[in-house]
Design a protein. Sequence first.
Length: 349
Amino acid sequence: MTLAPAPRLTSLSHGGGCGCKIAPGVLSELLANMPAARAYSNLLVGTETSDDAAVYQLNNDQALIATTDFFMPIVDDPYDFGRIAAANALSDIYAMGGTPIMALAIVGMPINVLPKADIALILEGGASICTEAGIPIAGGHSIDSVEPIYGLAAMGLAHPERIKRNTGARPGDVLILGKALGVGVLSAGLKKNVMDAQGYAALLASTTLLNRPGKDLAALQGVHAMTDVTGFGLLGHTLEIARGSGLTAELRLADLPWLPGVRQLAADGIITGASGRNWASYGPAVHTPEDLDPASWALLADPQTSGGLLVACSSDIAKKVLNIFHDQGFGQAAIIGEMTAGAPEVRIV
């Protein structure tokens, strides 16, 4: 008897990568009645500004950073899926200026649909990234689920005075993005069988590149705010910095770095549904040129998976920040805008 071929991972999920995120507007409604965490004096960062991770001060020299991130497949190769999901989860630790110390695996798999060998490869891929980060996967939890889900609960450490939040940007700060954009569009192209080998290689290289510069950037006094760009797209995460800092963020469309082939795919209509959901959530707080083309409109809100660090820093250390990125393999890191006094919104210029 001939066994049926294993299904494509991406065919088993209704969304992929950080495009699975609940839209920011809906999420705000769901969290509206959550109890405030102000009574916990050692909790330095909670849910109040939609930051990347929770931070709890342990003593004068150490703060624990904790985060959880998981999603459905963004690619069909099980090993690559595990690698991407793990790198994405660890990114939140780096975005707060921390160093990962340990992770727990979050596993939900359709046991009777996916071959066990493929599930094992997903776990191996995740473990390989944790090994690269120098940490163990020390445990976890698994369930039999309808769609394949994988990710990590990750923990890290940082000095309490070096925690970087998505608040605190100052007028005159420049905005620097560590990775090129377009992961959501490339993943949509993969699902529709219109992405070539070059596109896949670019997607994989970007999403598995650990955001290690975060720790070094956090040590610079002129770095005032930091986050990573994930499911809410460049606009959504820039808006979080603007709102948290009480400033206007200006982004220069011409200076945004793009992954290979992304703009053409978007022009051909290969985009994700998450772009529209993102725009519906924060559109009124974003101002664009009247002649903005449809491809750029979609790409600005394109959900990123394991996206780049977004840094707000004083202009006098911008070159130093760029050098840290470039020296650690982030060749497309670029200055993409600045923070100015004004209403908490984003303007595309």
